[in-house]
Design a protein around this ligand. Structure first.
Ligand code: ADP
Length: 171
């Protein structure tokens, strides 16, 4: 897919216009990628997050990036994996709503972590398919808008899974 990359590494080091945080509903920080983003951004991030009234699963909210290279952080809350049909819809919404927010703020590069695949337990094979499908659909619906999309992987296994998923879906 044009303008889509798969990268291995720490998303806090991304120089994209915005990075996406796999947050929890409180938006007040947590473990995993959420903790790493808050540590790298500094304490002002949690102060801004505290004014936002939390975030529902599948939705997304934007803050400044503070000490990060990225100017903005888009916080989205993935579903806790349960195996229901609803999980897939909500995870797809995380990607769609994050991209909508990026466009609304005129941002032209975005880095996504593999939302829900850590503590929230989403199987990587399924989660990467949903992510890739959601991004493809969004790009179809927003053909006039240029944005580079990076899928940031924190393990070799996730990296290999994204490459395979992209190949299997003919990108
Ligand atoms: P969730 O609660 O949505 O499952 P996690 O933070 O537990 O969120 O995990 C989401 C994904 O982010 C996992 O694949 C995990 O390996 C990955 N991850 C953790 N830290 C980082 C990081 N610094 N950069 C990029 N990805 C990360």
């Amino acid at each position: 897919m044009k303008d889509v990359r798969v990268l291995l590494g720490d998303i806090t080091q991304s120089d994209c216009d915005c990075i996406v945080n796999a947050a929890n509903k409180t938006l007040l920080g947590g473990g995993g990628v959420d903790g790493a983003i808050h540590r790298a951004a500094g304490e002002d991030l949690v102060k801004e997050c505290a004014t936002m009234g939390g975030c529902e699963t599948g939705e997304a909210k934007i803050t400044k990036g503070y000490n990060l290279k990225a100017k903005f952080v888009i916080h989205t809350v993935g579903p806790v994996y349960s195996g229901s049909v609803q999980d897939a819809l909500l995870l797809g919404q995380c990607y769609k709503n994050s991209l909508d927010l990026a466009k609304k703020h005129n941002l032209h590069s975005i880095a996504f972590p593999a939302v829900s695949t850590g503590v929230y337990g989403y199987p990587p094979e399924k989660a990467t398919k949903i992510a890739v499908d959601a991004v493809r659909q969004w790009k179809e619906n927003n053909k006039e808008y240029q944005i580079r999309i990076d899928f940031y992987c924190f393990s070799e296994r996730m990296y290999a899974q994204y490459i395979l998923t992209l190949k299997n879906t003919n990108y």
